[in-house]
Ligand binder design. Structure first.
Ligand code: SF4
Ligand code: SF4
Ligand code: SF4
Length: 243
């Protein structure tokens, strides 16, 4: 069952409880930062007089997963696009491929991994709402089945047509996303990309890559070799340091 989030910029009061709850739920160090980083997976900012949330959109067909040569990112049937640090080799293709500029790198670590919202996968698997939705005091971030969230979003637009843009962001953008957004101002003013194609970029990625299978396989092997050596050196350094 595909779950998701609806963020309603009209209702958001900018309290940032969602951003703090995300830190706590995911044991992310430090305070909530100005922009999303490997340690701050969601932010809330005032733009054009309304509050805008930034987080992974959990694309229906995620480009980040389609370009990852080692399968470190994957879409789960419940909706979250999750990340396995143990598989990641640090090539950062996902960062370059994401149409929403979401994955961030741990630039400060010797063996960096990627950080991004994982839609509270462990909670969602148990049928529980995400931490950010649980704490929202204004029903600005709500959790539910994607199809129910679409109905709720349509209902909010219909009931208050003067307050909302007549569009649900994420319904079709980049092939559709599990995170949907409503706004009173054009979505571009919230910092969201407008005019994204409704065809998932991931499909186009595969169309291109499928023409060069040998290159992809060899490049993946090469990068994996580098990753293995880096990790190995790190492990050796740690082991030697503990002597
Ligand atoms: S928004 Fe970016 S990181 Fe998130 S699922 Fe889509 S492609 Fe992946
Ligand atoms: S869904 Fe979970 S991981 Fe994503 S922003 Fe909300 S609290 Fe953080
Ligand atoms: S908790 Fe809700 S009202 Fe507060 S900033 Fe987040 S989305 Fe907005």
């Amino acid at each position: 069952m595909a779950m998701g989030l609806l963020f309603d910029a009209v209702k958001c009061i900018g309290c940032e409880a969602c951003a703090s709850a995300c830190k706590e739920q995911n044991h992310l160090p430090g305070p909530v930062e100005e922009h999303t980083t490997a340690y701050t997976w969601t932010t809330v900012k005032s733009k054009e007089g309304v509050f805008s949330r930034t987080l992974c959109m959990h694309c229906e067909v995620p480009t980040c997963a389609s370009v990852c040569p080692v399968g470190a990112l994957k879409k789960t049937p419940e909706g979250p696009v999750v990340y396995d640090a143990k598989k990641c080799m640090g090539c950062r293709y996902c960062m370059m491929a994401c149409p929403f500029d979401v994955p961030k790198y741990q630039w400060d670590r010797p063996v960096p991994i990627i950080g991004k919202c994982i839609l509270c996968e462990s909670k969602v698997k148990k049928g529980e709402p995400t931490a950010c939705a649980s704490v929202c005091p204004a029903e600005a971030t709500i959790f539910g089945k994607r199809e129910d969230l679409i109905k709720e979003a349509r209902s909010r637009i219909e009931q208050h047509p003067g307050e909302y843009q007549d569009h649900i962001y994420g319904l079709t953008e980049a092939g559709g996303t599990a995170v949907l957004m409503l706004s009173s101002v054009p979505f571009g003013k919230l910092g969201l990309k407008e005019n994204l194609p409704s065809e998932p970029p991931a499909l186009r990625t595969w169309q291109v890559l499928s023409n060069i299978p040998d290159f992809v396989a060899l490049w993946a092997l090469f990068l994996y070799g580098i990753h293995w050596i880096t990790a190995r050196r790190s492990d050796v350094a740690k082991a030697e340091g503990s002597k």
